[in-house]
Design a protein around this ligand. Sequence first.
Ligand SMILES: [Zn+2]
Length: 55
Amino acid sequence: MRKLCPSCQKPKVLFASELEALKYIKSRRNKAANVHLKPYYCEACQAWHLTHKVR
Ligand SMILES: [Zn+2]
């Protein structure tokens, strides 16, 4: 599910839809409560990535 993103030049997890991304975030939240993940659409990959926001 990981792919090198041509836009940010980093291996990114790809999701086919925002819903898939949100489901993934939900499953991750329990483990890392301080990490805030947000889905965003990447036009280079034509898929959804996650941003990591660490407080
Ligand atoms: Zn991308």
